[in-house]
Write a protein that binds this ligand. Structure first.
Ligand SMILES: [Zn+2]
Length: 354
């Protein structure tokens, strides 16, 4: 399509811009602003970018050490981070949901809906869905699972019993970095994963943004700002079976994963796949976000098949993470901003070891 405009750079730019706008409007309910929000955060707080770079350097170090030991580099079981006891999940994360208004775009948000959504996200991480078995054959060897469970806390910060679901009056803007709701209502970010459920994430009158989350960062945890913010209209049975996996997508961001389409497709970038795009080498670059094979094809600019079913894409059939993504999440879980969450002492303190 672009060829007929190639005599005019301006025309091409206008065409690309219009196409992007049309696609954006169509995709509005799916749009996650993690890319923009994290980029903005790193611009405002360069120390956070330095912390992230140090954290990511650790991935290469661990892989090199594992390779030297003769362990299969891509085998998660060989991870030096694994501390779980046989028969229990390797990682349990205590979660508190803060709910602002129980009717969101006509959908009820209650305990049952939240428990259902969380249970299904746990199944996504563990590959216990029908879609996981239906991942394109090109990715059969690299699709992977993370042995993690997100549990509602049963003890609050004062040690009192809680359902792990706290209801507040209707409010908006928890998707904005320094949200006053988040600052006021958060529970210790080193003890609880805080999830904020609102309908208007940015307090701009738009009620179909799906969610946003920030990557691990100690400064955000220190300030009580680490979080996932999510639209209650897209929780569990409030939406369709595929779209409810956007919660899994946001949890992926919380564990340090980037969109698989970040940065688009660039020739030559494969040589730097661990530090460009999504920083992941077993997820092929994507020309842009594509919901399904009919949405721009399944081949990227290098002719490689894309993992359009990846949880960190935007997809009509969310199905899988990959081995390198699981390694990155394990590394994120071992970071100072996340590693206190799943410690045995903290699981006992938050009542999440159930
Ligand atoms: Zn996202």
């Amino acid at each position: 399509m672009m060829n007929k405009f190639n005599t005019s750079i301006l025309a091409a730019l206008v065409a690309a811009s219009s196409a992007a706008y049309a696609k954006q409007a169509e995709f509005a309910p799916h749009h996650c602003q993690a890319t923009e929000s994290n980029a903005q955060y790193y611009r405002n707080f360069p120390a956070a970018l330095t912390e992230a770079q140090a954290r990511h350097a650790r991935i290469a170090e661990v892989k090199a050490a594992r390779a030297k030991q003769g362990a299969a580099v891509e085998t998660n079981d060989a991870s030096p981070y694994v501390t779980g006891v046989a028969g229990t999940p390797t990682y349990i994360i205590p979660v508190v949901f803060h709910v602002y208004g129980t009717m969101q775009n006509g959908h009820l948000v209650n305990d049952a809906v939240i428990m259902d959504a969380l249970s299904k996200t746990n199944a996504d991480f563990k590959g216990q869905t029908a879609d996981f078995a239906d991942v394109d054959s090109e990715f059969a060897a690299v699709k992977d699972t993370l042995d993690i469970e997100f549990h509602l806390a049963s003890l609050d910060p004062d040690g009192n019993p809680t359902t792990g679901i706290i209801y507040h009056p209707e409010s908006s803007g928890a998707g904005n970095y320094s949200s006053s709701d988040v600052k006021r209502d958060h529970w210790d970010n080193y003890k609880y994963m805080n999830v904020y459920i609102q309908n208007d994430l940015y307090a701009d009158g738009v009620t179909n943004n799906s969610g946003v989350a920030w990557y691990p960062d100690t400064a955000m945890s220190d300030e009580g700002l680490a979080r996932v913010t999510y639209n209650g209209a897209y929780l569990g049975s409030n939406t369709d079976e595929n779209f409810r996996s956007v919660l899994t997508h946001e949890f992926g961001h919380f564990l340090d994963l980037i969109h698989t389409f970040e940065g688009g497709c660039k020739r030559g970038a494969n040589r730097r796949c661990s530090t460009t795009g999504d920083d992941i080498c077993d997820t092929p670059q994507q020309n842009g976000w594509q919901m399904n094979p009919g949405d721009g094809g399944v081949l990227n600019c290098l002719g490689e098949t894309i993992n359009w079913q990846n949880f960190m894409a935007y997809s009509d059939q969310y199905a899988n993470y990959t081995q390198d993504q699981v390694d990155r999440m394990v590394n994120g879980l071992s970071s100072a901003a996340r590693n206190t969450l799943w410690s045995p002492a903290n699981l006992a303190a938050t009542g999440a070891d159930n």
